[in-house]
Design a protein around this ligand. Structure first.
Ligand code: NDP
Length: 443
């Protein structure tokens, strides 16, 4: 049995109840085969893969809080610190009812390679099965304060720096930062995605979505295409999707869809991003409100974004939202490129089908790395007690995304897989982490 298959089989036996985590590891290890085969003896002797797939630590805790009716609610909190070989742990917090250890482990594992690709610090992830939807501001604050009253023991500006993810935006980061400061007495860059009045970075809100478009533009250019004039299907209507849509329009493309967990919009005139922000960011309402205010928009229940004919598809909602049937529909509709805004939104079978049919495909760990990259820029500004202009941060973000594209395409070429950006992203991300782990000994 090959080293990869042996490590995967042992992991699968121990983590059978965590399919998302196993899926992420499978995808990474399979595409690392060229580099692992070339260095098998060294990696085996150092137990490198066994150490890579096991988190440094997994923290699971009780989060009690009192709702508006005076009842005690109890949620579960998680922080999984995966690997700090090249810098402090860094990764988002997700508040969503589907959260359990397997989701946080898959996100943390992916984060190792993503962070490495940015050339910045490295991987952890956390969250809770708490659902902020339908909760009052006071309830969200009570939850966030209780969550932080445990988490603060494990994080710090040079230890582990959480950020936002699904269900965690500026409001939640603000409540958690306030509590961290109260408990520790320290004012430090311990969280990113903060408000501008207390250490946040300009362009952090926009960074993930904008970054997806910067790398998409680079990919198309490299293949002799222009993003201007292209029709784009986007899923999601949250932080990543909104700013992907905004930047797509600024680059002259036409995004025609968005979605949330109950339905989706097809707007052939192009999504009205100001209206979408009003509905989702200000009112925190459903997409039916968008349709009601926009005569050109059609609202459909359930999922269906990928049935729309488009040149480019940007899945920006959640894991495994683009399956084999969706991939077939996209190929039939003539899609040329798929760049992931969300983490692991495309199933393994769908990714293979897209690649086998000549669709250019960039995995999330490369294409959505603009968020964590800008979080790292926020950390730099906090350490220096400086704040940079929007243009400065945006320029750095553009350079980082261009660089990531260069790195993943050259790594793919070096190992004989030109144009396979899954292989390229995993190898380029892995190389640096592996070097650091080998240099630091077995620990
Ligand atoms: P948000 O919470 O802002 O938005 C998530 C969007 O996806 C919402 O429209 C939500 O709909 C929809 N969604 C969530 N769960 C489901 C589901 N099970 N089925 C269908 N739709 C769903 O999150 P973000 O935009 O921040 O994150 C989106 C993705 O991008 C995630 O995979 C995240 O890990 C990834 N990511 C985010 C980064 C960031 O900087 N924010 C950085 C890198 C990756 P509804 O409103 O109905 O819940």
């Amino acid at each position: 049995m090959s080293y990869v298959d042996e490590v995967y089989a042992n992991l699968a036996a121990k983590n059978a109840g965590e399919p998302e985590f196993l899926q992420a590891v499978r995808e990474v290890l399979d595409s690392l085969r060229p580099i692992i085969d070339a260095n098998e003896e060294l990696y085996r002797s150092q137990g490198l893969l066994e150490r890579l797939v096991e988190p440094d630590r997994q923290i699971k805790f009780r989060v009690p809080w009192v709702d508006d009716n005076g009842n005690v609610q109890v949620n579960i909190g998680y922080r999984i610190e995966f690997n700090n070989a090249i810098g402090p742990y860094k990764g988002g917090l997700r508040f969503h009812p589907s959260v359990y250890a397997g989701i946080i482990k898959f996100l943390g594992f992916e984060q190792i390679f993503k962070n490495s690709l940015t050339g910045l610090p490295i991987g952890g992830k956390g969250g809770s099965d708490f659902d902020p939807k339908g909760k009052s501001d006071r309830e969200v604050m009570a939850f966030c304060q209780s969550f932080m009253s445990e988490l603060y023991k494990y994080i710090g500006a040079d230890i582990d720096v959480p950020a936002g993810d699904i269900g965690v935006g500026g409001r939640e980061i603000g409540y958690m930062f306030g509590m961290y400061k109260k408990l520790t007495g320290r004012y430090e860059g311990v969280l990113t995605g903060k408000g501008l009045s207390y250490g946040g970075s300009l362009a952090r809100t926009e960074a993930t979505g904008y970054g997806v478009l910067y790398i998409t533009e680079e990919l198309l250019k490299d293949h002799g295409m222009d993003i201007a004039g292209k029709t784009i299907a986007v899923s999601g209507a949250g932080n990543v999707a909104i700013y992907a849509i905004e930047k797509a329009q600024q680059l002259g493309a036409k995004p025609v869809t968005c979605s949330d967990s109950t339905g989706w919009i097809y707007d052939p005139e192009g999504i009205d991003v100001a209206l979408l922000k009003e509905v989702k960011e200000v009112k925190r309402a459903r997409l039916t409100e968008y349709a009601a205010a926009r005569p050109s928009a059609q609202y459909h229940e359930g999922k269906g974004v990928w049935t729309v004919k488009c040149d480019i598809a940007l899945p920006c909602a959640t894991q495994n939202e683009l399956d084999l049937d969706d991939a077939k529909a996209l190929v039939a509709g003539g899609v040329k490129a798929v760049c992931e805004g969300a983490n692991m939104p495309t199933t393994l079978e769908a990714t293979k089908y897209l690649q086998d049919n000549g669709v250019l495909f960039i995995p999330g760990k490369a294409s959505n790395a603009g968020g964590v990259a800008t979080s790292a820029l926020e950390m730099s500004q906090n350490s220096e007690r400086l704040s940079w202009s929007f243009e400065e941060v945006d320029q750095k973000l553009q350079n980082i995304m261009k660089n990531i594209y260069k790195e993943i395409s050259s790594a793919a070429k070096r190992y004989g897989h030109e144009g396979d950006y899954v292989v390229g992203a995993n190898i380029a991300g892995f190389e640096k982490v592996a070097d650091a782990m080998l240099a630091q000994g077995i620990c």
